[in-house]
Design a protein around this ligand. Structure first.
Ligand SMILES: *Cc1c(COP(=O)(O)O)cnc(C)c1O
Length: 411
């Protein structure tokens, strides 16, 4: 296994050392194979918003498993999850389930290119949308130049069809769409960036994007693979009041099992096979266990007070970390939206990829290991989001802040 892992960040390359090998998780805690326990802020990189092995989710999945592990046919569970998604997201009239966020994005892009008949994709520096070729592109030397491959194996011809703009820069959105908007099939964005560390949208940025894409009849995709059902029942689009044409979901909608989805306007989704000509399929799509886990997770989130509680926990953790850094005289910039946050080792502000990159990653690495030694597992990279769950509580936050206070003294 390259790096000893099944996905790169898990290998601890950004912080040094060897990965913690996890044996089990319950609620807000995980246990490694040596029996050490940690408060967990990775939470499977976002899906576990109700915590590890929530009894109701486990019961639902276990019951479903007894009924069979998959049929390659429609099941009631996928209908139920589809209903919940359509109910939650007014912009999503119809939805197609897939197996990973990467696949959701890839499929949504194909659909956008098909319906617009245009080749060009606009994305934003520091946003991650999975590892499809079209999105492993980085900015060329100028705003209006061709994109370059961000990984060997991505043909330059493919990368050239992707334009990368600076995140949070409404002016460059305006300039690009004025110059090349008629060629742009789609702009895709994480409405709250989570993959350069948490970076909220600047006022007016998402609005500009919505306006410009509409004006040129390009589509707008919100990649809500992290933010969907995390930042509120209606995700980031509900929180910021912007209606995208298409939305990509993943992580939380699988409740910890592999599920993702893309959905949006009814007329667009009607173009997807078999109703329309845009081909997309999947043997394990809408897998009954994942659909059950997702539906049960969403039902728990729909209970009154769930998002208020996540917000309060996030605020408490943010305040605690801020105080601890102030006590230690460290320049820590904490970006938080709801239950996702990143403390950047930088005086900030952190508003885009270049400012995030200026953070002191060595300080983060030392902090990571000091936290680990104190029983707190945070993401093994400065450029990832910490996630709180409904299983975290005041005790978890207090102990985490106490650990951070001591850890920061060693940084
Ligand atoms: C995780 C993530 C993806 C990719 O999802 P996978 O299931 O890992 O393929 C896409 N977009 C965003 C915003 C993500 O955070």
């Amino acid at each position: 296994m390259p790096g000893g892992v099944s996905s790169p960040v898990r290998a601890f390359r950004a912080v040094g050392g060897t990965p913690v090998v996890i044996a089990a998780g319950a609620g807000a805690r995980v246990t490694d194979i040596d029996g050490r326990e940690y408060w967990d802020y990775v939470q499977a990189w976002g899906p576990l918003i109700v915590g590890h092995a929530h009894p109701e989710v486990v019961r639902a999945v276990t019951n479903a498993a007894r009924q069979g592990l998959g049929f390659g046919a429609p099941t009631p569970a996928e209908v139920e999850l589809a209903r919940l998604i359509v109910e939650a997201l007014p912009s999503v009239a119809r939805v197609r389930f897939v197996t990973s966020g990467t696949e959701a994005v890839m499929s949504a892009l194909r659909l956008a290119r098909a319906v617009t008949g245009r080749p060009l994709i606009v994305k934003f520096d520091g946003c991650y949308h999975g590892h499809a070729d079209a999105l492993l592109a980085r900015a060329g030397s100028g705003l209006l130049t061709l994109g370059l491959p961000a990984s060997p194996g991505v043909p330059a011809e493919v990368a050239a069809l992707t334009v990368t703009l600076p995140f949070n820069d409404a002016e460059s959105v305006r300039a690009l769409f004025e110059a090349r908007g008629e060629a742009a099939a789609v702009a895709i964005v994480e409405p709250v960036a989570g993959n350069m560390g948490v970076v909220p949208p600047a006022p007016g940025f998402l609005e500009e994007l919505r306006e410009r894409t509409s004006a040129t009849a390009s589509l707008l995709i919100f990649d809500e693979v992290i933010t969907g059902f995390r930042l509120g029942w209606s995700g980031a689009q509900g929180r910021y009041g912007i209606t995208p044409d298409l939305t990509c979901l993943g992580k939380i909608i699988g409740g910890g099992l592999p599920a993702a989805a893309y959905g949006g306007r009814a007329d667009l989704m009607a173009q997807v096979a078999p109703e329309g000509p845009v081909y997309q399929a999947g043997t394990l799509s809408g897998h009954p266990l994942a659909m059950r886990a997702g539906a049960e997770t969403l039902r728990l989130l729909r209970r009154p007070g769930a998002y208020e509680r996540l917000e309060a926990l996030g605020a408490a953790l943010e305040a605690g970390l801020r105080d601890a850094a102030a006590r230690r005289g460290l320049p820590l910039t904490i970006n938080r939206v709801g239950s996702m946050l990143t403390p950047f080792f930088s005086p900030g502000p952190i508003t885009d990829s270049p400012s995030a990159q200026r953070a002191d990653t060595r300080a983060y690495a030392r902090f990571f290991h000091e936290m680990l030694a104190r029983g707190v597992l945070i993401p093994p990279s400065q450029f990832e989001a910490w996630f709180l769950s409904l299983a975290h509580d005041e005790v978890a936050v207090e102990e985490t802040v106490r650990a951070a206070d001591a850890a920061l003294a060693q940084v």
